[in-house]
Design a protein around this ligand. Structure first.
Ligand code: GAL
Length: 350
């Protein structure tokens, strides 16, 4: 009788485990990590950090680079789902089109973590990112502090990226009052498909032509775009006199801040983002719900979310943030500068 009971109970528990796709602790979780692209410094760093954390948790991880192509990203998602991954971490190229990835995963009972960028109108199991509206506010307010009057030009990221719209919203919120008082006017706005530096350069050349070179400030959505805008400014000997914002604390962005051609960048510590995303992914794969700080409306769904705080960086706090965190070492920055530039920067009292 006791044997029958034990067999019955273990069959029942196994049935439960299978029904809820709960993975016994010892079976390594297999994570599928879908990236929009690996051409930008930022995503190369995310990829390394996510893989490192997966390794620390004994999880298997397969990384796919969609090279900015939606069809390829969906194909890669289906390949990973067919390969039996237990959870997907997705950086969507297109916020709307990527909903098809969540649908495909749902059909297989596989949870999806929407990483850094929101997959819109979809029941992702978790959205983890930074407060992107705050990113935009920081960009515009530091540029406004440097240029309280005049014509502002906004250069946004990819229209397909939900973050780009949040950055823009934050920028406009921060400029609202100055616009209302007439201190500034928004002379123009451009969007750069694929976050392209080349499109940012072209848009700035056009804006400078249209305004007869009278652009007082450029609110650029990330360092890549800032690089294109500053190239156009430097061709007209305006680099350094027109404040420009950025984001991501790319090495090139940090160098421009030290040289004074870029006013600021928004530093987003990626270690905590990657760690919390992987920890949550493994928890979801094991059938438990990761602790979240909030939930955000996402079309018909409410998606659990974790939003981290971005950090504004300029010449004054570069050392105490990006360098002290080891995001870029002083050595690495020094190598990217011309001889003597680092010494001149570090010796200058700010
Ligand atoms: C955004 C991201 C930014 C920037 C940009 C271009 O979604 O939040 O950090 O890197 O993509 O890749």
């Amino acid at each position: 009788m006791r044997v029958k009971q034990t067999v019955f109970i273990s069959m029942f528990l196994l049935g439960l485990a299978l029904a809820y796709k709960v993975r016994p602790q010892e079976t390594p979780v297999h994570i599928g990590f879908l990236l929009d692209n690996l051409k930008f410094e930022r995503w190369q760093r995310d990829s390394k950090l996510v893989q490192a954390r997966a390794g620390e948790l004994g999880a298997k991880i397969t990384v796919k680079d969609a090279e900015g192509n939606d069809d390829l990203q969906l194909q890669q998602a289906n390949q990973l789902l067919d390969a039996g991954v237990n959870v997907l971490i997705v950086v969507p190229h297109d916020a709307d089109k990527a909903a098809a990835i969540v649908q495909a995963a749902q059909r297989k009972g596989v949870p999806v973590v929407s990483y850094d960028r929101l997959i819109k109108n979809s029941p992702a199991s978790l959205y983890i990112s930074f407060d992107n509206v705050q990113v935009g506010k920081l960009q515009a307010s530091l540029v406004l502090a440097a240029a309280p009057q005049g014509k502002f030009f906004l250069i946004e990221g990819a229209p397909s990226d939900n973050n780009a719209h949040q950055f823009e919203r934050g920028q406009k919120l921060a400029l609202e009052q100055a616009e209302a008082t007439g201190s500034i006017t928004i002379a123009g706005e451009a969007w750069c498909r694929q976050w392209s530096r080349a499109e940012a350069y072209e848009a700035t050349v056009t804006a400078l032509k249209k305004s007869g070179g009278k652009i007082s400030a450029i609110v650029a959505a990330n360092d890549e775009i800032a690089g294109g805008a500053i190239q156009a400014l430097s061709e007209r000997k305006l680099a350094g006199s027109v404040p420009v914002s950025g984001q991501d604390a790319d090495l090139a962005g940090v160098v421009r801040i030290i040289r004074g051609t870029q006013t600021m960048t928004v530093y987003k510590p990626l270690g905590p983002l990657a760690k919390r995303a992987v920890d949550a992914a493994v928890a979801l794969a094991r059938g438990s719900k990761p602790a979240t700080s909030e939930s955000i409306p996402n079309g018909p769904y409410a998606v659990p979310a974790i939003l981290l705080q971005p950090i504004p960086v300029d010449q004054k706090n570069l050392g105490a943030t990006v360098i002290s965190d080891g995001f870029h070492s002083a050595e690495e920055i020094k190598r990217a500068l011309a001889p003597g530039e680092w010494e001149k920067f570090t010796s200058r009292k700010r």
